[in-house]
Design a protein around this ligand. Structure first.
Ligand code: C5P
Length: 316
């Protein structure tokens, strides 16, 4: 189906999901400033759509409830993705990118990474560059630690700084509620606070002081069997203390969700979005309603996962 943009030109639209980290084990700070991770990603059904249409030069627009918080300059990861692909193939990045944004901005759900993966796949399709999956993944890894996962989706273990992916089997669908906070949190600031808390506690924040992060066998088994109660017991995020330290009000949001019957609650990635695992879709709806009424968050959304990664949904 043809999906013209506002200029009437034909375009390619890619739909990309958000993620939640069901385990985020953070190792020591490396000499390059990044942290080694055991990062268990699950793609969930909240989506951004990126549409690429031919244009005279690289331009960017964004719509959606939080569109005013999205930078539309060269720092935008979607624009950087288009430039990176064009540079590799000796092309002029003459494209208009439109982001229809539904993933919370700066919320710890990889919205910026989703837009980068979406722009990459949309431009590859529009320009017929025919990049292999490995080439796309390599460009994704240059753009950001979470971008490769946005491309592949499903569930995966991310090693290194999160970019080295191993797909994980999942035996069912998990039902989630996401409480969206007012304002974002800066990912580098949250990692820095994690280091500061470790230094302050005498643990030390470098790789020399902290053992290699490893995925939890109980968590991997819970994903394999699709058992929400077992997954709830195994959820873990080493960045949670840092996010709560920077945004103490998140404790009230976490409590409101568990009081409403969620099986478990945690900060999503570097926050400030908080994630609540429910036993089923009905319970997720009840928890979302209670969270919206609690006054502890801006809004609450339900989404299930795993879902597929970046996909072309319209072309031509
Ligand atoms: O890779 P990405 O651009 O998403 O990372 C943003 C920031 O988050 C990095 O500059 C770094 O401060 C922090 N980070 C980290 N260790 C990781 C991933 C991100 O310290 N594994």
């Amino acid at each position: 189906m043809s999906r013209p943009d506002s200029t009437g030109a034909p375009g390619t639209t890619v739909r990309v999901p958000a993620k939640v980290n069901v385990q985020l084990a953070v190792g020591g700070r490396r000499p390059d400033g990044f942290h080694d991770l055991a990062n268990v990603f699950l793609a969930v059904g909240l989506y951004d759509e990126v549409t690429a249409t031919p244009a005279d030069a690289l331009t960017l627009t964004c719509t959606g409830p939080d569109a005013d918080q999205v930078p539309l300059d060269d720092t935008n990861l979607a624009a950087r993705a288009a430039r990176a692909l064009a540079a590799r193939h000796g092309l002029d990045p003459a494209v208009h990118l439109h982001i229809a944004k539904d993933i919370p901005v700066a919320g710890g759900m990889a919205g910026g990474s989703a837009d980068a993966a979406g722009a990459l796949l949309a431009c590859d399709t529009l320009w017929g560059t025919g990049a292999t999956q490995d080439e796309l993944l390599a460009i994704c890894a240059e753009l950001g630690s979470d971008v490769p996962f946005s491309l592949v989706g499903g569930a995966a273990l991310g090693r290194g700084r999160g970019e080295l992916l191993e797909p994980l089997p999942v035996g069912g669908t998990f039902h989630w509620v996401f409480a969206v906070a007012d304002g974002g949190l800066s990912t580098p600031a949250v990692y820095k606070e994690c280091d500061r808390l470790r230094d302050a506690s005498g643990t030390g924040a470098t790789t020399a002081d902290i053992p290699d992060p490893e995925p939890s066998p109980a968590l991997l088994a819970a994903l394999r069997t699709g058992d929400p109660a077992a997954l709830a017991a195994a959820l873990d995020n080493d960045l949670q203390a840092a996010a709560l330290s920077l945004r103490p009000s998140l404790a009230a949001t976490l409590a409101a969700g568990t009081d409403a019957g969620a099986l478990a609650a945690l900060v999503s990635g570097s926050g400030p979005t908080t994630a609540f695992l429910a036993a089923d879709a009905d319970q997720a709806d009840r928890v979302a309603t209670a969270l919206r009424a609690s006054g502890t968050c801006r809004t609450a959304r339900t989404a299930a996962g795993p879902v597929a990664g970046a996909r072309v949904v319209a072309n031509g």
